[in-house]
Design a protein around this ligand. Structure first.
Ligand code: GTP
Ligand code: MG
Length: 194
């Protein structure tokens, strides 16, 4: 898939603020600071289209980026932000669950997990939640540039094991927004599934 054009369209805080044009959506889900916004920029070949930050909790709205006038990349707020209040975490759960389970145009969900660490309890919770979604799912391991070749292979293996234990054998791709590793493979899945 070739990216010709990408523009920010809108930030929604609930289902009511989302686009109504019916174009297909590809969502990026994962904990705060895992690298969702950076990965969207890398895939779209744009430096700062999605705002990134070293401080977790940067993306607070559900941001829609129109790609090639044909589909949306959707940047979701991160979960598991340590300093977030109980109430805001509960709200996150509800918003994301509603979105991934009930949003008709949603065709593909990329679940992002930090390649340096084993999936957390929250990551596993999201894996199970996404099993209920009718959208296709793929796991993207992020920040792969921080690992050695051996560690990268281990990271992919342990993620596959966990998915297998949940009876969900979906693709796992190791990525890096710094080196663009995994870009082609990830965009190929978008073309195939959307
Ligand atoms: P929230 O919006 O808070 O949910 O975070 P996010 O998941 O959108 O993360 P973001 O893209 O803002 O990146 C968080 C931090 O990780 C930033 O400091 C990025 O520079 C860094 N980062 C993201 N991707 C990579 C990567 O592939 N490699 C390296 N080395 N750093 C990365
Ligand atoms: Mg973000």
């Amino acid at each position: 898939m070739k990216i010709r054009e990408a523009t920010f369209v809108t930030g929604a805080v609930s289902m009511t603020g989302m686009p109504v044009d019916g174009l297909s959506e590809v969502a990026f889900v994962g904990r705060s600071n895992v690298g969702k916004s950076s990965l969207i920029n890398m895939l779209l070949g744009r430096k700062n289209l999605a705002r990134t930050s070293g401080t977790p909790g940067k993306t607070q709205e559900i941001n829609f980026f129109l790609v090639n006038h044909a589909l949306y990349f959707v940047d979701l707020p991160g979960f598991g932000y340590a300093r977030a209040s109980k109430r805001s975490r509960a709200k996150w759960r509800k918003t994301i669950a509603n979105y991934v389970l009930e949003r008709a145009p949603l065709k593909l969900v990329f679940q992002l997990i930090d390649s340096r660490h084993s999936p957390t309890e929250l990551d596993k919770e999201v894996m199970l939640l996404l099993k209920e979604s009718v959208a296709a799912r793929i796991v993207l391991l992020t920040k792969g540039d921080k690992l050695s070749g051996n560690q990268r292979a281990k990271s992919v293996d342990r993620t596959r094991e966990i998915l297998k234990s949940f009876h969900t054998e979906i693709p796992v791709i190791l990525t890096s927004s710094k080196t663009s590793r995994g870009k082609k493979e990830t965009l190929n899945w978008v073309r195939t599934l959307v």
